[in-house]
Design a protein. Structure first.
Length: 333
């Protein structure tokens, strides 16, 4: 009898496990940039999501026209992989339901819908109820934590059955403090120094991991400073527990993917340990004089999953044998 696949051997039945989303979430709201982003996704593959922005991207008074544009782009051949989502208007906006209805009428459904500025778990629930009533019950929901109320309710929001991912809205969060947090806290460096911002980041990441949801890190606005972006992405991934990050300029996509990509040494170690564990039917093993069991097996399996999600055309790739063994076909329960 062949050894169990890691996804069957390493998780308990009913255990909350986060959906494996691409590590980069790229935002764009102007038509030319939306089309360019779809072209870049077609080139690199589905290693990043494209979020078509109907909140900040829509002109005031032209929200519904913008929603029709988004619906057309969702239905277009440019949406090759089905990894294109949309950011909606806030739930209390008078055109919220109208926008949802237009976007959901697309011939290709969005990969997810982002809910901006919820003030509480009640706002998330109200938005989910409206979306479900309009035919979007199968579309995953993401939410932005950028208000005091959303941060207060972050565990309840992460536990909501319709939520797939939470993002940190750095800019709105800082401005919500009425000048008590300096503007420097919105910079690539300063956002990792101010205690109130750090608290928010950690609480969001902890809530997501507690409830099997994906934590998505906030923006770096200095898009021409590649070193600052790489440093921020590295900290988000390796120190703050984020498994996904926003991009707001096409030049940020590859650096974010690369920052979230495990090193060659990490991948090699993970391959050795997971293969040895599977050969031992997931019993404890000794690897280079270190004992490993199911707890560490899960870590190294998750590292391989992340390596697979960050493989793109012209970028790092898992060995073909590993891809075929673990990711080549669906796993039957």
């Amino acid at each position: 009898m062949p050894a169990l696949h890691p996804t069957l051997a390493l998780y308990e039945p009913g255990e909350a496990v986060a959906t494996l989303l691409p590590v980069c979430d790229h935002y764009c709201g102007i038509e030319a940039r939306m089309r360019k982003s779809l072209e870049l996704q077609a080139e690199l593959g589905p290693v990043f999501d494209v979020t078509l922005d109907a909140e900040d991207g829509a002109p005031v008074g032209g929200e519904i026209e913008h929603a029709y544009l988004i619906a057309a782009l969702l239905a277009s051949d440019g949406n090759r992989f089905g990894r294109v989502g949309a950011r909606l208007l806030p739930v209390d906006h008078r055109r919220f339901s109208d926008m949802v209805q237009v976007v959901l009428q697309s011939a290709k459904p969005p990969a997810y819908l982002m809910l901006p500025k919820p003030r509480s778990v009640a706002d998330v629930d109200r938005a989910a109820t409206a979306i479900d009533a309009l035919g979007g019950a199968a579309v995953p929901l993401h939410a932005l934590v950028e208000t005091h109320g959303a941060l207060h309710d972050v565990h309840a929001i992460a536990a909501h059955p319709r939520i797939e991912s939470l993002s940190f809205g750095l800019m709105d969060f800082v401005s919500a403090h009425g000048g008590a947090i300096p503007a420097s806290a919105m910079s690539a460096k300063g956002q990792f120094e101010h205690p109130l911002v750090l608290r928010a980041k950690l609480e969001i990441a902890a809530a997501c991991h507690a409830h099997g949801k994906t934590p998505s890190h906030c923006v770096v606005t200095e898009f021409k400073h590649a070193s600052a972006l790489m440093e921020a992405a590295g900290k988000a991934c390796r120190q703050f527990g984020y498994t996904r990050m926003w991009s707001i300029h096409p030049s940020q996509i590859r650096p974010i993917v690369e920052a979230f990509t495990p090193t060659v040494a990490e991948v090699d170690q993970a391959i050795e340990i997971v293969a040895a564990a599977q050969a031992a039917d997931w019993a404890p093993i000794r690897h280079h004089d270190t004992l490993h069991d199911r707890a560490s097996y899960r870590y190294f399996w998750q590292l391989l999953e992340r390596a697979h999600r960050t493989s793109y055309t012209g970028g790092p790739q898992l060995p073909a044998e590993v891809r075929d063994t673990y990711f080549g076909a669906s796993v039957d329960a």
